[in-house]
Ligand binder design. Structure first.
Ligand code: SF4
Length: 362
């Protein structure tokens, strides 16, 4: 497909610079693609056109869906509420286990059949009763200018913005992007550089840097997800090291979700994660001192429960994405002892349930 600045979905960008050899280097993510005229970056959606680096998917989407915020997963952010989820195409990592590879690795413009300008999207979210929008099916890092404009349009209507991301982003665009964002779920894909290099074609330190940045330099509410892959990132030692790092660098109140892998993309020969692995990981995390640790993609009452850190009662009990019991006040205090739970709580718990509702915006 030929791209041109005459295309309304192709827009100029700012985070790049010229190299001595005439190539242009994209500075959005640590991949640092160096492009000659007409070339695309690894993410596919940024390209060099007319001697500048452009975003080619502004206002385009791979689809829209309303689902529960717990599915992002976020367990401490407007619990039970509906979120308008969408993504574009492409990705700046190359994970061999990608569970959304039809979108993230798409080179087909057909994938981007949905179209929506930021105001249309914000208006749709409002009309659908969503408390937030989520950039989720692929990583918003690569289309952050579009995502930021949507977040601004949403903020004008009292709707929040959520980034579901691998956190693989350079400091300057990262600061610009997160000034528009209210909450994030960051995939911490493993806790070894070897895994990131071999399986994701990226670097662990850059992701840890984003997590430190979110914790210490922003007010963005964030939770962390680690997808456990049998024999690849699920050893006791690696899980304990990850949890100790989270506790020491980010604090013990950052929620951590362990989720189950299913064979996909280039890792079809690896078996699905046994539920017992998620439970084992959760126990390790609790033993390391993390206070809010969850299991995902499984029916697990213990792993779906939030306990009050003071009196110990179950304040939120979940079954998969459905809230079965809720004992928090409207501002997120334990109904029994009054202790404030970390997170964002604004009013009564939502009633969206586990529904997944595909929607057409335009
Ligand atoms: S955002 Fe895309 S073009 Fe830019 S460095 Fe990352 S992968 Fe390359």
């Amino acid at each position: 497909m030929t791209v041109s600045l005459d295309d309304p979905h192709t827009v100029p960008t700012r985070h790049w610079h010229r190299l001595d050899d005439g190539r242009l280097q994209c500075d959005v993510c640590p991949r640092a693609c160096k492009l000659r005229e007409g070339q695309r970056g690894l993410c596919f959606v940024r390209a060099r056109i007319d001697d500048q680096i452009v975003l080619t998917t502004y206002g385009r989407s791979s689809g829209f869906c309303v689902d529960p915020v717990e599915k992002k997963p976020l367990n401490h952010f407007l619990p039970g509420s509906a979120v308008l989820s969408f993504g574009t195409a492409g990705c700046n990592l190359a994970c061999k286990f990608c569970q959304n590879w039809d979108i993230s690795k798409s080179r087909e413009i057909d994938t981007l059949s949905g179209r929506a300008e930021p105001d249309e999207l914000a208006s749709a979210a409002e009309n659908l009763g969503c408390r937030s929008v989520a950039f989720t099916y692929n990583d918003p890092t690569i289309f952050f200018e579009y995502a930021a404009d949507i977040a601004d349009a949403c903020r004008d209507r009292g709707i929040k913005a959520i980034a579901v991301t691998a956190g693989y982003m350079c400091p300057a665009p990262r600061a610009e992007f997160y000034s528009h964002i209210d909450a994030a779920n960051v995939d911490l894909k493993a806790f070894t550089e070897d895994f990131y290099r071999r399986v994701c074609v990226g670097h662990l330190d850059d992701v840890l840097d984003t997590l430190r940045y979110l914790r210490h330099e922003t007010d963005v509410w964030f939770e962390i997800t680690t997808l456990l892959i049998p024999e690849h990132n699920d050893s006791d030692a690696e899980i304990a090291a990850e949890c100790a790092w989270i506790r020491d660098e980010l604090g013990d109140d950052v929620p951590l979700h362990f989720t189950a892998f299913h064979p996909d993309y280039k890792m079809l020969d690896i078996p699905p994660t046994p539920p017992a692995t998620l439970t084992r990981a959760r126990h390790i995390a609790l033993a390391e001192g993390l206070r809010f640790v969850y299991t995902g993609n499984v029916h697990d009452t213990d792993g779906g429960t939030t306990s009050c850190p003071s009196c110990g009662i179950a304040v939120v009990t979940r079954d998969w994405y459905v809230i079965r019991r809720y004992a928090l006040t409207d501002d997120g205090r334990c109904a029994q002892c009054g202790t404030q739970l970390p997170g964002v709580y604004e009013g009564p718990v939502g009633r969206w349930g586990s529904k997944r509702l595909p929607v057409l915006i335009a």
